[in-house]
Design a binder for this molecule. Sequence first.
Ligand code: GLN
Length: 486
Amino acid sequence: MHDKTLAELTRSLEAGEFSSRELTQHLLGRIDRLDGKLNSFITVTYDQALVAADAADKARAAGEAGPLTGLPLALKDIFCTQGVKTTAGSRMLDNFISPYDATIVEKLEAAGTVSLGKTNMDEFAMGSSNENSHYGAVKNPWDLDAVPGGSSGGSAAAVAAGLVPAAIGTDTGGSIRQPAAFCGITGLKPTYGRVSRYGMIAYASSLDQAGPMARSAEDCALLLGAMAGHDLRDSTCVARGVPDYTEELDTPLAGLKIGLPREYFGDGLDPQVEAAIREAIKVFESLGASVREVSLPHTHYAIPAYYVIAPAEASSNLSRFDGVRFGHRCDNPADLIDLYKRSRAEGFGDEVKRRILIGTHTLSEGFFDAYYKKAQQVRRLIRQDFLDAFEEVDVLMGPASPTPAFDLGAKKDPVSMYLQDIYTIAINLAGIPGMSVPAGIAGSRPIGLQILGSHFTEARLLNVAHQFQQATDWHRQRPAFAEENA
Ligand code: GLN
């Protein structure tokens, strides 16, 4: 049961092989038995899950089941869930019970899914390894010495370990795609504005997007269809119809034009990762695609621009955590200033503080033009690079990450961690959609192929990824951890 994709589970539910309650109980049992070794969940919502599963079974019996009815999933702990603890991986929100649901939580519930709980993450989604969580690091089920990636590391590890068939993550600079790559699953970051950000705790508002993390592109298509769409409660959410993302999955790839950005195959790329990506490209050629090199000349500036813009927006977003309205409050404050200072000093971890300092500095008078404005100008150039490339090709491909998962504790220096994001971060600056798809294994650690498209081409990306998954079985590989604990 715990090995199947959402599409397969639906067929089993339809055939009456098991009920949603049985499936849910089986997975909750696995979480109980196995998650002590992984730490992928912060909160498991046993009771609510069984109530939702029973409702789904009833709906099915009444002939009212949709494609996601009764399917379990997990939510990154950045999505507000009514009546459930919502922490964003921070001590600051350890006591926060959300009074309302995020839009995507409402939508996924309305589609009949069964949430099993809230997954671990880097504090306020800042990180690339999940080691910045107040609730401790998450281990990669493929190799317990390795990180699962970040910041949606709990979501990725839970899916890879067979604790849940799919999970929702968020991606501000790679946090869906890089952990998907490290854990051998399929992840999609939608176009900025495709999915509502209402009720998703803000990190960097002009970059944040929620998206699905699952075992196949088909499953991502099913989930995106349920999550996407206009929302009056998020002014950046685009009013645009939501297609049936499963409809184009079977379109043949003959004639597809693939671009390989020269800048994504340079120094610092692990040779095993490069070899796997080149093999994957050959598969696409055998499916009738043509391949050419393209250039994204401003790639080099993506990390510096991002690490000005994201901390600036974060410092502003995080000013709401002041010890007054919600979240952590220090004991016995001497006065209001002491309350602010100590509540924030105690509530936030080191990486969050570092970014608040950087962001406050770059937004301050005298530095705004030199840093923030400049970074926004560079962002525009980066976006233009992609638009120019998509004049010539349909999709871009390359690695999702320069290396497979690294060891826990290996990147103590923050800058070496930031450099991890080299292939993912520009995509958020440009606002375009991107996927990571399993495309190899180095030793015991998976490798992810990144597929990028122009704005609102999710259906095409899902089609390209699905065709690859029809021709290969990397997405079917499971870590020994999941198999030994069958
Ligand atoms: N690693 C990047 C950061 O730390 C991206 C994180 C994310 O996408 N949330 O900001």
